[in-house]
Design a protein. Structure first.
Length: 399
């Protein structure tokens, strides 16, 4: 669960922030690709592990490939549209160090249910810069990365350290990581408002090659947040009247994720994963995903998958509270809802010269279907639901 807040013009901020929370989750996932994780678009679970595992025991740890990548992303749903470019460049130095630089842009146009019912649509722009370095030491890979994002009334900085160690002849990989983030929260039109948010994120993972064609992984994550974890613009409802949202200033969460992938026939694989999340705000969430991947000819790789997400509401969430309490919110992302997301990814090898370079194109599309169980559309009195389209186009050149 993300606690970062979006920015928007004053006239519509009071109603718009909840709508951008979904967008922030999508954008956060995309931005993660820019931090040395663009490999996902080459199909980490769709890369047909037989080609990597069936030949021999795994080799020693290696640096990521030198590459240059450019991406265009689009989110369109629930009255919110966000789009923009993203680029990443990676270059190794002296066979021991790999340096990374990235740039990401969100251009947002918001006319969500919150905006059209209580305010006016708005537009804004968010930019993020990232730098990273990987250091290879024997069978260990150490990564240090930094990111900084800026929008009209919100600035966020983060520093991450990750270590990956191969053991047992490369058959097992252990991952550990830590991220420290600090955000500055403002309020457009109110120069007297200023607050902060701090974030600590701890990661631990284990990946095991079970057979030459079967791989499994386990991931654990603990997150602690402190500071202003709400929005200075969002309003809650008590007996139909609007009052300022009030969230607790601390939050801790835990998550566990199990993943597996297997080659079921030559050049064809299946994968599945499950994630469980809970936090001190009493939100509990389950994520299931399953899919398959296969090659078509020598140049195309096609992945198909479906993801289901379900969560319960926070203790202090209410669509229309019957009493004013210490903490209260009508942020629908803290309510009870589920989503179903089918998706497809196509990878095309445009040109390849073994040992020299390779150029690929990637197209990914998802249809996100949200159904809220305790958030009402005040225009109709019915429970709110909407669909969203997510599109990413990526060109990758390795050299």
């Amino acid at each position: 669960m993300c606690v970062r807040l979006r920015a928007a013009p004053t006239a519509c901020k009071g109603a718009a922030v909840a709508a951008t929370d979904v967008l922030r989750q999508v954008g956060g996932a995309v931005r993660a690709l820019l931090q040395a994780r663009f490999a996902r678009w080459a199909g980490p679970f769709a890369g047909l592990i037989g080609s990597a595992l069936s030949s021999a025991p795994a080799a020693a740890a290696t640096l990521p490939e030198d590459k240059a990548e450019a991406m265009y992303h689009l989110y369109d749903g629930g009255g919110v549209e966000a789009q923009g470019p993203a680029v990443l460049v990676r270059k190794s130095v002296l066979d021991k160090v790999s340096l990374t630089g990235s740039y990401y842009v969100d251009m947002v146009s918001n006319a969500s249910i919150d905006v059209v019912t209580t305010a006016s649509p708005f537009k804004e722009r968010r930019t993020e810069y990232g730098l990273g370095a990987d250091y290879l030491y024997r069978d260990a890979l150490i990564n240090l990365s930094w990111s900084s994002s800026d929008e009209p009334d919100y600035k966020a900085d983060g520093l991450s350290v990750d270590v990956s160690q191969e053991v047992f002849g490369g058959m097992t990989t252990v991952n550990m990581g830590f991220t420290r983030g600090k955000d500055k929260v403002g309020k457009k039109g109110d120069f007297g408002f200023f607050d902060y948010a701090k974030h600590w994120r701890y990661r631990l993972g284990l990946t095991q090659i079970l057979t030459p064609r079967w791989l499994a992984s386990l991931g654990l994550e603990a997150v602690s947040d402190e500071g202003y974890l709400g929005s200075p613009y969002r309003a809650a409802r008590v007996f139909g009247a609007l009052i300022p949202e009030r969230n607790p200033r601390t939050r801790s969460s835990r998550a566990i994720k199990l993943s597996t992938i297997a080659e079921v026939m030559p050049r064809t694989s299946i994968h599945g994963e499950y994630r469980y999340f809970y936090d001190t705000w009493d939100i509990k969430a389950h994520t299931f995903q399953a899919g398959a991947s296969g090659y078509v000819g020598e140049s195309f790789q096609i992945d198909g998958y479906v993801r289901f997400y379900k969560q319960s509401k926070a203790l202090f969430y209410s669509d229309n509270a019957s009493a004013e309490t210490t903490y209260i919110s009508r942020n629908r992302q803290l309510g009870t809802f589920n989503s179903l997301t089918p998706g497809a990814r196509v990878t095309y090898v445009y040109k390849q010269v073994p040992g020299k370079y390779e150029i690929k194109g990637h197209l990914n599309y998802e249809l996100m279907q949200f159904k809220f169980k305790d958030f009402t559309d005040v225009r109709t009195g019915q429970l709110y639901e909407h669909n969203a389209h997510v599109l990413q186009l990526l060109v990758t050149a390795t050299f």
